[in-house]
Design a protein around this ligand. Structure first.
Ligand code: FES
Length: 580
């Protein structure tokens, strides 16, 4: 894939605002000059929008305000004109009912912020889980030159001599308290030990997975994903990215040149190799939908099936993002995949050249953290897509985080109608459940929750935890945190609130999960299943106004990315007429 740079100089879209001597041009320039900009900045040089998801309520991105200064320094150095623009920041740890409900709202608002303003290129300053896909979705729909700068992961957590990971240990400690193995006081003491610095979750959770996806897609400079937030090299990366975006605008190197089908296939394989989050499935499908690349759920299974998980990071493995960076980071993973014939080496990146040029010389400095293929954590690390009468449009499972003994299992369903029902009954000592049962949770999908909450890795009944049971099969239309683990079938589609078969599962039904055969079967007859569906009535709460109503009316299934139906596609960046 050879890229031919556009001729330079040429007129850029920002000149539709700032060029010439018309009354409107004077109006646009004059108002911006109230911030002290000299005349020559309006001479036709690239205007770069530094789209910043900094927010004090998105603590994972709390340092992006300062990091933006480095990006802007790079833009100035390269002869561009940086303008920093605050954009919708959907924090994973703050937003209710779930940040996922606002991923599409963020993408929609940011798309319009780009298109409606005098911007020639974008730096996407991201970090926390939803911020990366929302900005990439917006950039894909606008198709102006864009580069991702990630905030980077926080430092390792340490508690009582043990390396502890964001999220992953929160779940572990919480289960240990329920099982009577840890005191509540110790749990509280651990709270501050988890978050030692600014930055995103330090496990291979969703934020680290999406940072890796951005790099694997070619939308960030090589090595961007793993540099810790507080490492000086993170600031250097920001400055270099600022320099690079100016040249990308001059060359007219756009997301549609970079995010091709080959790039998406690379990203899918990388997610398998890093033991990445199941959330990457729904986000990559959504980004591909914006880019008009025909990526499907089956591509995840097909491309990921033979990919070994070689990155030994929590929740699938032992280490954290700091060790991943010291071992060489994502370039080592890309090189390993390339050497194994599992990478489209010619896929273009923001560098303007093929990805292989960036990574072919990468060295692995710690083979316990990034394993050679022969010592992989698991040989089939990709996302498994299971189908059957319980999930006609598919459901996903992360084999590297699951128990091998449960990959083929038949069990009795214990059904919860929604998350409130689950919370009310899971601690009931009289609940008829044992370790062979299958927990089923409904009404937690994109429409049902609404927003598709990360509740799919529902905690086990305390009475089983006390007996030392650590895993059992759980099935839902929800997502799960990228920091979570277990034999958890997620994203079951169609979701219960849309009338999928999940809606009519009853306690006592038998369910068969056969991951090797990619099968998820509800053991009732076709006639019985149809009869139940014919009499089904929705039980989820329907929003009557506001964004929640828009979301419920238009959100698509998780199997196609859970975007709003009217937002799919690339609309480009035509300049609208002036209103003055
Ligand atoms: Fe923000 Fe994990 S909660 S990155």
């Amino acid at each position: 894939m050879t890229f031919q740079p556009a001729p330079w100089p040429r007129k850029l879209r920002s000149q539709e605002w700032y060029g010439g001597t018309s009354r409107d041009a004077i109006y646009h320039r004059g108002w911006l000059k109230n911030q002290g900009y000299p005349d020559d900045l309006f001479d036709g040089r690239p205007v770069i929008g530094v789209l910043n998801t900094w927010s004090e309520l998105t603590p994972c991105n709390g340092h992006l305000r300062e990091l933006a200064e480095k990006v802007k320094a790079g833009i100035w150095e390269a002869g561009g004109f940086p303008v920093e623009v605050p954009v919708f920041s959907a924090s994973e740890n703050t937003f209710r009912p779930t940040a996922m409900m606002f991923r599409n709202l963020a993408a929609m608002s940011i798309e319009e912020q780009i298109r409606g303003q005098p911007i020639d290129g974008c730096v996407l300053m991201v970090g926390c889980d939803k911020t990366t896909p929302s900005l990439l979705m917006a950039a894909a729909s606008c198709d102006l030159p864009s580069i991702v700068v990630t905030g980077g992961p926080m430092l390792n957590g340490w508690f009582q001599g043990e390396r502890i990971g964001s999220g992953t240990h929160l779940w572990r400690f919480s289960e240990a308290v329920k099982a009577g193995e840890m005191s509540q006081e110790t749990f509280l003491e651990a709270e501050s030990a988890v978050t030692r610095s600014t930055g995103t979750c330090n496990t291979m959770g969703t934020a680290s997975s999406m940072a890796s996806m951005a790099e694997a897609l070619g939308m960030a400079l090589s090595g961007n994903a793993a540099i810790p937030a507080v490492d000086s090299r993170r600031r250097v990366m920001a400055q270099l990215s600022g320099r690079r975006i100016v040249q990308m605008v001059k060359d007219d190197l756009k997301p549609s040149d970079i995010m091709t089908r080959a790039a998406f296939e690379n990203a899918v394989r990388v997610n398998g190799a890093i033991g990445g989050s199941t959330n990457a499935v729904v986000h990559l499908l959504a980004i591909a939908g914006r880019m008009e690349v025909d990526l499907t759920l089956d591509d995840w299974d097909r491309c990921g099936r033979d990919v070994p998980t070689i990155v030994n990071l929590q929740p699938s493995g032992e280490h954290l993002m700091e060790e991943f960076f010291y071992a060489g980071g994502l370039p080592v993973v890309l090189r390993t995949l390339g050497d194994a014939g599992l990478l489209h080496k010619q896929a273009l990146t923001v560098s303007g050249g093929p990805i292989w040029d960036e990574v072919s010389g990468a060295q692995n400095w710690n083979e316990d953290v990034i394993r050679p293929v022969g010592r992989a954590l698991t040989s089939q690390g990709g996302i498994a897509v299971v189908r059957g009468n319980l999930a006609p449009n598919g459901a996903v499972l992360k084999p590297s985080a699951a128990s091998p003994a449960l990959m083929k299992h038949r069990g009795r369903a214990v059904v919860f109608e929604d998350i409130d029902d689950y919370k009310a009954r899971i601690t009931d000592e009289a609940l008829e459940v044992d370790e062979t049962s299958i927990l089923v949770l409904k009404n937690c999908g994109p429409k049902g929750y609404p927003g598709m909450a990360e509740v799919g890795n529902m905690g086990l009944p305390p009475k089983l935890l006390r007996r030392g049971i650590t895993d059992m099969i759980r099935i839902s239309d929800a997502r799960m945190s990228g920091t979570a683990y277990g034999t958890v079938v997620l994203h079951t589609s169609p979701e219960a609130a849309a009338g999928g078969p999940l809606a009519v599962v009853r306690t006592g039904d038998m369910i068969e999960l056969d991951v090797p055969a990619r099968r998820l079967h509800l053991d009732v007859s076709d006639e019985e299943l149809q009869a139940r569906l014919d009499t089904w009535v929705p039980t989820h709460e329907a929003a009557q106004s506001g964004y929640a109503m828009l979301h419920q009316a238009h959100v698509e299934g998780a199997d196609v990315g859970a975007d709003l139906d009217f937002l799919k596609g690339c609309r480009g960046s035509p300049v609208a007429r002036d209103s003055h």
